[in-house]
Structures are given as C-alpha cells and as structure tokens.
Design a protein around this ligand. Structure first.
Ligand code: GDP
Ligand code: MG
Ligand code: ZN
Length: 300
C-alpha cells in the first residue's frame, strides 16, 4: 500500500493510541483487532483514516517485549524494542523482598543487560525496614557485573550517572510505585511538559495520568519509557532453566548437574549446590533462585 507510513507507538490503550512518524507530530491512531494490539515502542505501519485520525495497518516484528504477569500469571507486554531496562529502587519505599531479583530475571529473559538505579540517595533508609537487605547487597550486584548507579531528584548527586546510560538508546524505567521513575524522566527530558502536552492534546486526557506506559524523546537522541507504578512485580510462568538464566553467576556450572533437568533444589549431584558448598558461589544467590522457583511453581 502506497499511502501507509511507518510510525512508533508512544502510548497504547486497548483499541487506540498515539503514534508518531519519524520527525512528525504525535497523532491519534485506531487499533483494529484483526491487526493486533501493539505496545508502547512497537513499530507499526499506519494509513490515514478520516480527518486527523490514522488506522493501524500492520505491527512490524519487534526485537523484544518487556513483560509482566497479569493477575492470572500470564505474560503481558509492557513495551517493545528496548535496548535497556532501568530497574529503579529507592531508599523509600524500600524494595519488597524479591522485587529486584524478579526484575533481573525478566530483563535477562529478553537477552538484555539490566541497569540498577538506587534513587533518593539523599534520604536515610528506615534502619528496621525489611527491604534494607537489598540495598546492602547492591555492591554484590555490582560485583556480578550489573551497572549500579545512585541518583537523587531532590539534590546531589542528581541524575548525572544515569544520563550517559540512556543516551541514544531506547530504555524503559521500571520499579515499584513511588520510587521516582517519573521524577527521573522529568530530570532527563528537559522539554517533558511540551511532550506531555502534545500527547494530552491527542488523547484528550489530563497531563498527570501516570496509569499508562508512555514514550518520550531524549534531547540528545534516544527514547525513555515511563511505566506506571506497580506494587508487586509478577513473573509469568518460567521454566527452571529460564529462571536460572537470570542468574548469570550460575553460568559456569549450568549443564554440569547429574540430571539434565536439574532444578537445583533437592536433586543429588547438583553442580550449583556443590559450588555453594565449596564457597565458589555465595549461598544467598542459590537461596534467591530457589525462592523464585518455588513462587513460580506455586503460581501454576
Ligand atoms: N526525597 C526524594 N524524593 C523523590 C526523589 N525522586 C522522587 N521523589 C518523590 O517521590 C514521590 C514519587 O515520585 P514519582 O516520580 O511519582 O515516582 P514513580 O511512582 O516511580 O513514578 C514524589 O513525591 C517525588 O517528588 C528523590 O530523589 N528524593
Ligand atoms: Mg510514575
Ligand atoms: Zn543442579
């Protein structure tokens, strides 16, 4: 078709959304069930419908989709075509116990390297908080090879460490509600109000809606996706080997267990367990994996 145009989905509601062609303005677009439901970040082909509206013709194949589980444990796409997933945690609210590990597993399942941001570093965390352990282990996560950066939207050190990591690429910010994802986007996108205004004119919704996943353009190139706060991040049903792939430090021992289908729980001859016994792998890593596996099996 000659009158179709390539565009990027900025916001996706059920049956409609906002899309933008390269160098163009955001425009409203109707999604048709027969074509499918695109997510924020999907590349699509659109054609003019009536007046100022466009219609979805085709969803182009996506490189990846960041997912989360819905209430029934099924994987739901949140955003597409990502280069980077920025997992935001904070000193307040402190992360819930399994949150960081669940996010890391989800990011590894996309074949991407997560970035961990600790925001609100100018605040002193509640010393009795249950989530303090995750904060105390951030150096250990850094030791596993994850970039861990510190930020504050209310003073020094600002967002200077995060900025180069999102420059020129498409990133999504994920994390519990209240950790400061939208504030970080505001700090990184100087003309945010203009972009929010352009989106709101198209959707007719207020500028303060934080219930949808939205994409913004970075001044120096690249895109930033703000996702709504979740209270608990749920993993969909994963196979034990998919879960283990989210623990990159297990890699040297994977494939060396006595049983091919070893779940690294109570099986004899488990190479991961032996590595822990020999002090080659910290016990807390196996424990983290086993907790996620138990939750994943309960969910099925
Ligand atoms: N003290 C402090 N508060 C922050 C910081 N970043 C965000 N906030 C506040 O935390 C609250 C939640 O921020 P918001 O960006 O909406 O979080 P989101 O739900 O993750 O998008 C707001 O009141 C922000 O002003 C920070 O670095 N330090
Ligand atoms: Mg927000
Ligand atoms: Zn094993």
């Amino acid at each position: 078709m000659t009158d179709t145009q390539k565009a990027r989905v900025l916001v996706a509601y059920g049956g409609h959304g906002v899309v933008q062609a390269e160098g163009g303005e955001p425009v409203p677009c109707l999604f048709r069930r027969s074509v499918g439901r695109p997510s924020c970040g999907d590349l699509v082909r659109i054609r003019p419908a009536d007046d100022a509206t466009w219609a979805l013709e085709e969803i182009l194949p996506a490189r990846n989709h960041f997912k989360r589980a819905d209430a029934r444990g099924r994987a739901q796409a949140v955003a597409a075509n990502l280069d980077r997933v920025v997992v935001v945690i904070a000193t307040e609210p402190l992360p819930s116990r399994d949150l960081l590990d669940r996010y890391l597993v989800a990011v590894h399942s996309l074949g991407l390297e997560p970035v961990i941001v600790l925001n609100k570093v100018e605040l002193t965390p509640d010393p009795g908080g249950a989530g303090l352990q995750t904060l105390e282990r951030l150096d250990a996560y850094r030791g596993l090879g994850y970039p861990v950066v510190r930020s504050s939207c209310k003073g020094p050190p600002g967002v200077g460490e995060l900025e180069p990591l999102v420059q020129g690429v498409t990133s999504i910010l994920v994390g519990q509600s209240g950790v400061g994802k939208s504030s970080l986007v505001r700090a990184l996108v100087p003309d945010l109000d203009i972009q929010v205004g352009a989106l709101s004119r198209v959707t007719g919704k207020g500028t303060h809606t934080t219930t949808t996943t939205r994409m913004y353009e970075l001044p120096g190139g690249g895109h930033l996706i703000d996702s709504p706060g979740v209270w608990e991040y749920g993993l969909w049903k994963l196979e034990p080997d998919e879960l283990a792939a989210g623990f990159p430090d297990f890699a040297p021992w994977l494939g060396h267990c006595r049983f091919n289908d070893c779940r690294h729980m109570h099986e004899p001859g488990c190479a991961i367990k032996t590595a822990v016994e020999r002090g080659e792998l910290p016990a807390w890593r196996l424990e983290r994996y086993q907790r996620l596996l138990a939750q994943n099996e309960d969910a099925s």
